[in-house]
Design a protein around this ligand. Structure first.
Ligand code: UD1
Length: 301
């Protein structure tokens, strides 16, 4: 099979490319705005440097492809708040380009990255796919619009599509130096450097963390199945920040000072996914316990 991975030099995309490497023909397309070529070290793939905003490039690159794993995005809520237009160009128009190019090239299936951001502050837990969205940022609006475009392309042009709503994904290659990094990569690098970590608020907030290798398996299952639509990708488990900090220190075999700062503006308090649809329809289930994923992540950092 010939597969395209957009954003394949990035965090999640490079893990997908790695899983396909040696078994299939892989083309990675990435503009290296947040991805890094080092993420592709040892991965057998063709690399195309370019942006998903370039439709002609996508139409050329997607020729002969069987499937597209669409991971390219400016994956940042704060960036989208600062610059709605630039993030719209990549996250929404870029995704539309991916769908058009896939349709034009006769690609069978597009599996794309969506986000738990679409649930916003809806307090109902666990979050179920059929719940009403609550959009709090341009990023959330862009991802939900992507899902709608995917559904329309399925109906209108017979392009099979799946949208995976990622919750808090963590693992190796998540860049700790970015101001938009996830909490696990930030805590991990601080702990290993022996520096204090800061918890925004009282640490009682919870997230549904999922290890990147499980996210890869969800993508592969979605590509292999006939399923279409929207699926939550998470462990279906709540971890509070205080517990997370303690577990990470245990995994590192090293303690650092925990500082408590003011709560971060716009933070949601609790997050938890219902994952029965992914289990039943995609036949996927998360295999990595948080501790196992954290240990692998700490070894990488
Ligand atoms: C995550 C996603 C985001 C998505 C959103 C949907 C990541 C990196 N971000 O944001 O793309 O749109 O879910 O709901 O996965 N924290 C600290 N100290 C730190 C850093 C963070 O206490 O040094 C806290 C934050 O205040 C927050 C929690 O850790 O309460 C998680 O933060 P973060 O990893 O940035 O993810 P989300 O805000 O959940």
């Amino acid at each position: 099979m010939r597969y395209i991975v957009t954003g394949g030099a990035g965090f999640i995309g490079s893990h997908i490319a790695e899983a396909l490497s040696g078994k299939h023909e892989i083309v990675v397309i990435d503009d290296l705005s947040s991805g890094h070529c080092e993420n592709l070290k040892g991965i057998d793939c063709e690399f195309v440097e370019g942006s998903i905003t370039d439709l002609a490039l996508l139409q050329e690159t997607f020729a002969g492809a069987d499937g597209v794993f669409h991971q390219a995005a400016i994956a940042s809520v704060p960036r989208s708040v600062e610059d709605p237009l630039a993030t719209h160009a990549v996250n929404l128009t870029g995704t539309l380009n991916v769908l058009i190019a896939a349709r034009d090239c006769g690609v069978r299936k597009v599996v794309m990255a969506s986000s738990a951001a679409v649930y916003g502050e809806n307090p109902e837990l666990p979050k179920r796919e059929e719940m009403a969205p609550d959009l709090l940022s341009p990023y959330a609006a862009q991802k939900l619009s992507d899902e709608h475009y995917a559904a329309v392309f399925s109906k209108l042009y017979g392009l099979s599509t799946v949208c995976l709503r990622y919750f808090n994904v963590f693992g190796p290659r998540q860049d700790p130096s970015s101001p938009y990094s996830g909490v696990i990569s930030i805590f991990g690098s601080r702990i290993l450097e022996g520096e204090p970590i800061t918890i925004h608020g009282d640490g009682g907030q919870t997230r549904d963390f999922v290890y990147v290798r499980d996210v890869v398996q969800a993508n592969l299952r979605a590509m292999a199945s006939d399923a279409e639509g929207v699926f939550n990708i998470a462990r279906g488990e709540q971890t509070d920040l205080n517990t997370l900090a303690r577990t990470m220190m245990q995994a590192a075999g090293k303690g650092v000072e925990i500082r408590y700062g003011p709560p971060r503006g716009g933070d949601i308090r609790h997050s938890l996914a219902e994952i029965s649809r992914s289990r039943e329809v995609l036949g996927w289930r998360p295999e990595y316990a948080i501790q196992t994923g954290l240990a692998e992540t700490m070894r990488w950092i």
